[in-house]
Design a protein around this ligand. Structure first.
Ligand SMILES: Cc1ncc(COP(=O)(O)O)c(C=O)c1O
Length: 366
């Protein structure tokens, strides 16, 4: 089906490849796990994974068996770790069949893994997850030691790694160091009796700020997509003006008439709204780029449309390109800008760009 609606996301695969290789260089000799969960943070999991592999990724990280299967069905052979706490436990077998490594985050999961391995031909690869202060999924040190003992004596399960996740890498140094100290304590104690395989703890910011968090492998998501300073943003969201009008001073605009023009204005309508993932909290907040200029968002963001004040751009016409996220004529709106205006985080901006917005890939030409 030909898509006429002129709203799309552009994904620059060369930038993802370069971000991966820069990250790997900066955190060497750690191995690199490209975190491509949530459809590669909205960038396309398979395309991102391929670009990251070209940039030197050794592993891929996903959140569910389904995301792992999509990677395998695309023919990618890199080892894949499912970062989520799997349930129901029968999904362990599906993971094993597809050559996916599972996370064992609880003593129950460890028991289920042993039972699953008893009944099936597949060798189940797993990494044990420790909760060192994130408080989400993972085991205490003593539970993890028990699980390790049980799984090491099981014939068909292989513990290929142990890991934890940092809660405050970007906000609280003391809390991060505390988590890293707990993880180290576990690795030293357990490592005296067992081969722990890959030890890992760091997301993008954790790995960049805390060399001691890198261990054997780092797990960047945000930096891969260029959403950390020093890396190149890979996603742009673009649309085209579909309607322009002159509005008299005092004219109400959009649902709820939350904006009234203060002067005679020129108003452009853009075919992008909250159903495309543009947060409704951008209503009357922030800017879009048209004609290389920053134009204020006016009125409520509606489901499929939004309005921009283009009074300063008398030449603005139907068909002009508008950039909601990305660069135009030397100006730039970043995911952090959108997140700050909308009261959220860049992760939510990029993962929120909905499936209605077609992704166009700028191929990598190294
Ligand atoms: C377990 C785990 N590791 C790594 C990452 C990647 O984090 P970031 O995008 O901050 O680099 C995530 C993302 O939330 C995660 O859940």
């Amino acid at each position: 089906l030909k898509i006429f609606r002129p709203t799309w996301a552009e994904i620059d695969l060369g930038r993802i490849r370069r971000n991966a290789s820069q990250f790997k260089r900066r955190t060497a000799p750690a191995k690199l796990m490209a975190v491509v969960k949530a459809n590669g943070y909205g960038h396309g999991a398979v395309e991102t994974a391929r670009a990251a592999e070209k940039g030197g990724a050794d592993w891929l990280g996903v959140s569910s068996v389904e995301e792992g299967i999509a990677i395998r069905e695309a023919g990618l052979k890199l080892p894949v770790l499912i970062l989520g706490s799997l349930y129901p436990f029968e999904s362990f077998q599906e993971a094993a069949k597809r050559g996916l490594t599972v996370t064992v985050a609880s003593p129950d999961a460890a028991r289920a893994l042993e039972e699953a391995t008893g009944r099936h031909r597949f060798k189940l690869q797993c990494h044990l997850k420790l909760d060192t202060g994130m408080g989400r999924i993972g085991m205490s040190k003593s539970a993890a030691l028990q699980a390790l003992t049980a799984l090491h004596s099981s014939e068909r399960a292989r513990v290929g790694g142990v890991y934890t996740h940092l809660a405050c890498a970007d906000s609280d140094e003391a809390a991060t160091k505390e988590q890293l100290a707990r993880f180290k304590e576990f690795c030293v104690e357990a490592g005296a009796s067992f081969d722990l395989g890959l030890r890992h703890a760091a997301n993008s910011i954790g790995a960049l700020r805390y060399p001691e968090a890198r261990w054997d492998l780092v797990r960047p998501g945000l930096a891969l997509y260029g959403l950390v300073p020093g890396f190149e943003p890979a996603m742009s969201v673009k649309t085209k003006v579909v309607f322009v009008k002159n509005a008299a001073a005092g004219a109400p605009l959009g649902y709820g008439a939350t904006f009234r023009t203060r002067r005679a204005s020129r108003i452009a309508t853009l075919p992008i709204g909250y159903a495309d993932g543009l947060p409704r909290s951008l209503s009357n907040r922030g800017e879009v780029l048209v004609g290389g200029q920053r134009c204020p968002i006016v009125g409520s963001i509606s489901m499929d449309m939004m309005l921009a004040d283009v009074t300063e751009l008398p030449s603005c016409h139907v068909g002009d390109e508008a950039v909601v996220l990305g660069e135009q004529g030397g100006e730039r709106v970043t995911a952090s800008d959108l997140a700050a205006w909308a009261g959220t985080i860049p992760y939510e901006i990029v993962t929120g760009i909905s499936s209605r917005v077609p992704r166009r890939y700028l191929e990598d030409r190294p």
